[in-house]
Design a protein around this ligand. Sequence first.
Ligand code: AMP
Length: 421
Amino acid sequence: MTFASLGLSDALARAVAELGYDEPTPVQRAAIPVVLRGGDVLASAKTGSGKTAAFLLPLLEALRARPGGAVRPVRAFILVPTRELAAQIVDSLQRYGRHLKKPLKTCLAVGGVSANPQMLALRGGADVVVATPGRALDLVDQNALRLGAVETLVLDEADRLFSLGFADELNRLLALLPARRQNLLFSATFPPAVRTFAERLLHEPTRIDVDDGELPSSDLILQRAIQVDAPRRTMLLRQLLETHAWSHVLTFVASRYAADHVALKLNRAGIPATSLHGDLSQGARTQALADFKAKRVRVLVATDVAARGLDIAGLPAVVNYDLPRSTVDYVHRIGRTGRAGDPGVAISFVSADTEAHFRLIEKRNHLSVAREQVAGFEPTLTAVSAAPPLDANGGVKGRRKSKKDKLREAAAAVPPPKRKP
Ligand code: AMP
């Protein structure tokens, strides 16, 4: 099957061929014809499945086939959870659309940077707007963004939009859109909030579920779990970087502080590293990502919020310095590598304290990863001795358990074996 046989015109088929896409991925095969027909789509698709092109290519085709007039009302409105994902989508739009006879105008509307340039850019209208919900509403309030002529709404990574607390903004934005429109919803998971929302939003959608709960390219990702005491993780990471010829490595940590701290320690050891987290200015985030993609730094130390949805070509390794809190995030994290046919390795550091949580990650994702030890880094701490010190109130100093932590622990607790009387 080819992109042309799915109904895409020569200009688009040529652009994707130049990008090295030999044939459409399953989500593209399923979604492109439906979107071209004007139907609604409810797709379960993860990053790495080719979902971005699955909605962008038919959108571009539709916009190309029915060009707008001199005034450009916003016809396609794409909502995403993070600024990085929005920037990536605009980038893809430009690459896919580069052979179109009449260039389409695309605007980015994201927070963290001044709104003025975005308002200016929107002045003459735009064919496509890619936005995060908060900034989109700000621009609407400023009369810079008008959504009354939107023909297609796309919600990408809908589960993340909800988990980041954008429900109110989404509802306000929906109220501004015309009632008759096409709706495309892409999500990696379907928690109840997303399901309810999808039912309300979509009109007789075509359901696309290509992943079937499996990793898109799990056979290309070698998963490893190395047992190590928590205080020795940076040393182990340094050793791994010395013994493997990885060109660049994405390392996940649990907090903004840890991201800065680990990056600093690596830099001090002569390994070019930078951090990526939500406390950084938008300029610093963009710079960190650009440096990593251009391989000016070898290690990017990131939190989940900042790293979600990132597409880093040819990334050979992902290291879970801290395990993800959410078992679903494990799949997202390791899916940063092993993309587009390239093999990758995903290494998780597991300590006595986090062993139970890693077991839960394995169970939820139907995985079994052998535990390994690296010579010189054999763990010596037990779960109790590895525990952080208690504070004066008997709580764990600097680490109060959240509701989620407690739920997770309850879920991880294995019931004691029943003894026969
Ligand atoms: P996505 O799931 O949209 O984040 O895409 C994952 C990666 O796959 C991106 O780097 C795309 O450029 C690439 N990609 C998308 N479609 C194809 C295709 N049909 N063939 C090869 N690579 C693709």
